[in-house]
Design a binder for this molecule. Sequence first.
Ligand code: ZN
Length: 73
Amino acid sequence: MSQTSPGPRWVFCEPCGKRRYHDRKDARRKRRVAHAGDGHMSVYPCPVAAGWHIGHTHPDLVAGRWVYPKRSA
Ligand SMILES: [Zn+2]
């Protein structure tokens, strides 16, 4: 096994231009550390791939105009 990166596992999500976390718990933990007291930051599923982002919920997402891809897992 080649577990080289300890801590939160994430990749750079090019379509979204931000970090995409593999695990929702990692994203939530990171949000607590990096955005403590920033109540309006939320963890939400990436609209283009399986993973999670931290940030403001996209208006289209709130309005239900984005359809999530079906997940195989
Ligand atoms: Zn994304």
